[in-house]
Design a protein around this ligand. Structure first.
Ligand code: KG4
Ligand code: ZN
Length: 348
């Protein structure tokens, strides 16, 4: 991948183009300055996890209000860390969807206002596309086509990235997202919110083979299903309340990771991918990271694991995706809204 793209339409971007990215789609308030699509000069993330934990999940209205309070200081910190004044930026980008509409609007409105004040382009960024760019920020040498296993709280997708902005959906969940399954099982096991990191921790003390949980659609294509697994965990705990929570968590995690890795390597084989990468919050999972890398080594595919901070919601991935989007499509209009159900643009 080259970092300077010959631009035929859109906006002239280059290796020195400095973009401020803003992320407020869910419960992380984040801002970051990225130069040339991959040089991260600053990345500040203020998590609201503690605010929402006592409710057992994200409360949309509280999230919006917290973004209003946190965003200005987070942006200020990102600029100070980058050693830049706002007027030195070339564009301001924000996630415009999918996500919680009130939360998204805080980031989008702020980005537009700053773009107006600094007289630079505003770029609306698709949150899913931003997750796809997380790996490319940290390893710009990755070659396309790339298979991305995107596993977050709201999505579980296998995507073939054939070019910049050119995506094909290879598979997705037909019910719950992987992160949603982690969160629901975590809550059922009394591990609090978010369930993913809690299950990851407690599973280290459990036996992953203690309970043979089902692997839905295992031999069947590239789609996923996790809702039966969640029900199987609940049924097991009801029938065997004496089971150690660590064993249940480890066996559940083993089932999820087994399916995710099996399907990701099948997808890479199917399209002859040059690389296989992870994205989304669940990509922070320790077992998934370990199994994913071993599978890539075994299959002779270039595997890359973005750092945990780059996998979970952050604004560096937003600024990176914005660099490519600005070059390809030019600035977004200032009447661009927020779309809670925004889809990833796919090749037909
Ligand atoms: O990408 P993300 O930060 O936000 C969304 O866009 O959804 O993903 C959040 C999801 C949550 O479901 C959380 O439980 C899960 O990522 N997660 C994990 C881990 N860390 C975060 N799941 C499993 N293991 C982890 N270590
Ligand atoms: Zn996300």
């Amino acid at each position: 991948m080259t970092t300077t793209v010959p631009v035929t339409k859109g906006f002239p971007i280059h290796a020195g183009t400095k973009i401020l990215g803003i992320e407020t789609s869910c419960d992380e308030t984040a801002a970051s300055v990225v130069i040339g699509g991959h040089v991260v000069r600053s990345s500040v993330v203020s998590s609201q996890v503690d605010i929402h934990a006592r409710f057992g999940g994200v409360v949309p209205e509280i999230a919006s209000r917290a973004h209003v309070d946190l965003l200005t200081p987070v942006i200020a910190e990102a600029l100070v860390e980058a050693g830049l004044d706002g007027s030195e930026l070339d564009a301001v980008a924000a996630t415009c969807g999918p996500g919680l509409v009130g939360a998204l609007l805080v980031g989008v409105s702020t980005a537009k206002a700053l773009a107006l004040v600094w007289d630079v382009p505003f770029v609306a960024v698709n949150h899913l596309e931003a997750h796809l760019y997380a790996a490319l920020v940290e390893d710009p040498s990755l070659e396309l086509p790339l298979v991305v296993l995107l596993v977050s709280g709201g999505h579980t997708m296998l995507i073939s990235m054939e070019g910049h902005g050119q995506y094909r959906l290879l598979g997705s969940t037909i019910d719950d997202a992987a992160g949603e399954a982690f969160d629901k099982v975590g809550r059922y096991l009394g591990l609090g919110y978010p369930g993913g990191p809690a299950i990851d921790r407690i599973a280290m003390e459990g036996d992953p083979h203690a309970i043979a949980f089902p692997r839905a659609m295992y031999n069947d294509g590239l789609d996923f299903s996790f809702s039966g697994l969640k029900t199987a965990v609940i049924n097991h705990v009801r029938k065997h309340p004496e089971s150690a929570t660590a064993d249940v968590a480890a066996s559940f995690q083993e089932a999820v990771v087994d399916v995710l890795v099996t399907k990701a390597r099948r997808a890479a084989q199917q399209i002859g991918a040059k690389g296989l990468v992870l994205g989304g919050g669940v990509a922070a999972n320790s077992l998934l990271r370990e199994r994913f890398l071993s599978a890539c080594v075994e299959d002779g595919v270039h595997g890359f694991l973005p750092s945990r901070a780059m996998c979970t919601d952050n604004a560096a991935m937003v600024a990176a995706a914005a660099w490519w989007r600005l070059g390809a499509d030019g600035p977004s209009p200032l009447d661009h809204g927020a779309d809670p159900n925004l889809k990833l643009p796919l090749l037909s």
